[in-house]
Ligand binder design. Structure first.
Ligand SMILES: NC(=O)c1ccc[n+]([C@@H]2O[C@H](COP(=O)([O-])OP(=O)(O)OC[C@H]3O[C@@H](n4cnc5c(N)ncnc54)[C@H](O)[C@@H]3O)[C@@H](O)[C@H]2O)c1
Length: 407
């Protein structure tokens, strides 16, 4: 029997399973993807994260981590499957089907006293639902007290996951105090930061609140950037000056909000309280509208040229990563490729080939070539190499700097 069974071996599940294994626990990781399972059993990884390959290799070689397609008996189950949202007629709704199928998959192997921890970012009430789903699956309501359930939201940041896994404070919300305490003991095996105990609903809401807070604050900066354009005010200078106030800390605007967390999680609150979550919903709409605003800005500048060459710097969803998923920059370049009469040069130092949607519509070039050939330079991602582009080169071009790195 295993100590821990981790369901879902992606960006959250794989580092978590591996770190438990390197601390001496017997861990089985489960994924529905055969490719993922095979790759991990070879001591390799299928995702990009600094040093994760070393950790996984060590965990597999120690004999403490193996991957399987189906769950095995364990004293703790950790669920780290996706929680996207679905677009329906009534708006955006959280898609809990992955959690539900993870629960179904563990039903044949769970036993009295097992701890079941939800790590996936989830709407308030999901841990309670998980308990209900498991009992329905087991078809025996008498077993309701047999299991311990807790939610432990994950806050790690791609790019520095291994460091943050150990050093971030954690919140654990059990359906019972015993569940919280037992989960705390488990995470203490590798977490060196503080672990705070609460109830499951508060823990679920805490994670959604953290990302909604970020989203609302980014929306404020993005709205300022749009207002300043109309008012002929340099938004970067404005924010720099306003932030000299001792109690003001405005974030930096950008081309939109990407990634799988900040742009998703606030909708879970909006879906639960559609009439009352007005600020959170408006912030989402402001941030979602920003990429189109940038496209319109570029098209307006481009209309002054005949067959303009537009260099788009950055395709990733944020600085210094190679992840193009849920990226406003990539969306902007795709839209420009559709709408602009001219040539699009895409410059993304972290990739060697363009994504399918841009094949034949844009040309992947180096930073030097992009700035040499461009009439218009659109900075979309604040990757480090772009910060070194000399001012004198930029002065000879039309520049749209959505991140303010050259202001
Ligand atoms: N990636 C992040 O930076 C991050 C940060 C904090 C929280 N989260 C949250 O963590 C959760 C997981 O995110 P992720 O980024 O690890 O996702 P991911 O897509 O990288 O990995 C999820 C894995 O789960 C597998 N899977 C799906 N259904 C399964 C099932 N029924 N049984 C077994 N495996 C299954 C998939 O094949 C995939 O490998 C989400 O709720 C996400 O919002 C992610």
């Amino acid at each position: 029997m295993y100590d821990v069974c981790v369901i879902g071996l992606g960006y959250i599940g794989l580092p978590t399973a591996s770190i438990f294994a390197t601390k001496g626990l017997k861990v089985v990781g489960v994924d529905v993807s055969a490719h993922v399972v095979e790759t991990i059993n070879k001591g390799q990884i299928h995702i990009h994260e600094p040093d994760l390959d070393i950790l996984v290799k060590a965990a597999v070689q120690s004999g403490n981590l193996c991957a399987k397609i189906k769950p095995e008996p364990a004293s703790t189950f950790i669920i780290a499957v996706p929680t996207p949202f679905l677009e329906s007629d009534e708006g955006l709704k959280p898609d809990l089907s992955y959690i539900q199928s993870a629960i179904r998959s563990i039903a044949p192997v769970v036993k009295k006293g097992d701890l079941i921890i939800l790590e996936s970012t989830s709407p308030v009430g999901t841990t309670e639902l998980m308990c209900q789903w498991l009992l329905e699956e087991l078809n025996d309501p008498a077993q309701s007290d047999d299991f311990l359930f807790a939610h432990c939201p994950e806050r790690i940041l791609p790019g520095q996951m291994l460091k943050e896994l150990v050093s971030n404070d954690r919140i654990i919300g059990g359906l019972t105090p015993q569940a919280s305490e037992q989960a705390k003991t488990l995470y203490e095996s590798f977490c060196s930061a503080e672990i705070f105990l609460t109830d499951a609903r508060t823990a679920e809401m805490a994670k959604l609140t953290e990302n909604s807070f970020r989203d609302v604050n980014i929306a404020f900066a993005n709205e300022l950037s749009i207002l300043c354009e109309d008012l002929s005010v340099d938004v970067w200078e404005l924010i720099r000056l306003a932030n000299r106030h001792p109690r003001v800390k405005i974030l930096q605007p950008g081309p939109g909000v990407g990634g799988h967390c900040i742009a998703v999680d606030p909708w879970f609150i909006v879906a639960a309280c559609p009439d009352k979550a007005r600020l959170i919903k408006t912030a989402r709409q402001v941030n979602d509208s920003k990429p189109k605003y940038v496209v319109d800005q570029v098209l307006e500048r481009a209309s002054r040229f005949k067959n303009p060459v537009v260099a788009c710097l950055g395709l990733a969803f944020k600085a210094d990563v190679d992840d193009l998923r849920e990226s406003p920059a990539r969306w902007i370049v795709e839209q420009l490729a559709e709408q602009l009469e001219g040539q699009i040069l895409a410059c993304e130092p972290h990739i060697t080939a363009l994504p399918k949607q841009l094949e034949g519509k844009a040309t992947l070039v180096s930073t030097d070539e992009a700035i040499k050939r461009a009439d218009i330079i659109v900075l979309l991602v604040d990757h480090k190499p772009f910060k070194k582009i000399p001012k004198r080169v930029l002065n000879e071009r039309v520049v749209i700097d959505t991140r303010g790195i050259w202001s």
